[in-house]
Design a protein around this ligand. Structure first.
Ligand code: ATP
Length: 285
């Protein structure tokens, strides 16, 4: 079992009535990888993730999660569930328990829970340890969700839009936590609408649109990004000039000669992941 990839999906189809929410998905996530699913609203990300978690049934296709079919029921399913951690898009249960009570309560469900205090520190809730869940801000509530996802020392962690509502500092410390989990061997499947988050965290990303995978690649090579021409910008005659080039160094050298040194307000830009992604899903020409 330890030889199998963390996740294997082939020919996955999910129909809601006449609508195909997933129209045949093929995907493999290796153990230890951070893999991000990107796609616009309604693309099929949550449907995919919830089938992998065993919360929805596939219409057809094959799915294996830690070597196990998530649609299986019974005691084997319970053992399997112990090895996965889940952070759903939104939760609002146990609002009357404190942070520490909620996390301690969840820790009891697992065979090998992480240390409760350590998890509280890792998600940055030390100051709110005795606050009730309903007294937390949106971003703090989200950190509690993440704590509940990782308390069971999962081999595989599902994160559905985990940093929605986080301030920039909280997002960065969350990224650190995810990198730490990866260094400890955890596999992570992430859905996010933040392209900087995918860029910062993911080993590979899959862009999904209309129930189909458009491309699977590393963030740096998606959509031919590494080979895309660079944009060179500078100020001349009172306005910003721009050109696109496959050899921006050469262009900069030419400009430098022309200006006899300093090029006013020089910038050399490569398309970022967001631009490439928006082009891929047809939102940017
Ligand atoms: P978002 O980014 O908005 O969370 P998503 O990529 O997670 O979107 P899904 O929630 O997987 O998208 O939805 C995919 C498609 O399936 C959408 O068209 C949605 O309307 C439809 N859908 C999802 N759940 C159901 C359901 N229970 N019954 C009918 N249609 C559904």
């Amino acid at each position: 079992m330890s030889q199998s990839p963390a996740i294997e999906i082939s020919g996955l189809v999910k129909n809601y009535g006449a609508k195909a929410a997933l129209a045949g998905i093929d995907l493999t996530v290796e153990r230890g990888e951070i893999f991000a699913l990107l796609g616009p609203n309604g693309a099929g990300k949550t449907t995919t993730v919830e089938i992998l978690e065993g919360y929805r049934k596939a219409s057809s296709g094959r799915v294996s999660v830690l070597g196990f079919d998530p649609a299986t029921k019974g005691s084997a399913a319970q053992k399997w569930r112990n090895q996965i951690g889940i952070v759903l898009q939104s939760t609002n249960d146990s609002a009357d328990l404190s942070v520490i009570e909620t996390i301690s309560h969840f820790a009891n469900y697992y065979e090998k829970p992480r240390d409760v205090q350590q998890v509280i520190d890792e998600v940055g809730l030390r100051e709110k340890v005795n606050a009730k869940a309903r007294e937390l801000s949106g971003g703090q509530r989200r950190r509690l969700d993440v704590a509940l996802g990782i308390i069971g020392s999962p081999q595989l962690l599902f994160l559905d839009e985990p940093t929605t509502g986080f301030d920039p500092e909280a997002r960065r410390s969350f990224w650190e936590l995810i990198r730490t989990l990866q260094s400890e061997g955890t596999t992570i499947l992430l859905t996010t609408h933040y392209l900087d988050e995918a860029q910062a965290l993911a080993d590979r990303v899959a862009v999904i649109n209309d129930g189909k995978i458009i491309e699977i690649a590393t963030p740096d090579t998606l959509g031919g990004r590494n080979n895309a021409p660079a944009k060179v910008l500078w100020l001349e005659n009172g306005s910003t000039q721009e050109l696109f080039s496959n050899n921006p160094t050469e262009e900069v050298m030419k400009l430098s000669k022309r200006f006899d040194g300093q090029i006013p307000e020089l910038q050399v830009l490569r398309p970022n992941l967001e631009e490439i992604y928006l082009r891929m899903i047809g939102e940017l020409k």
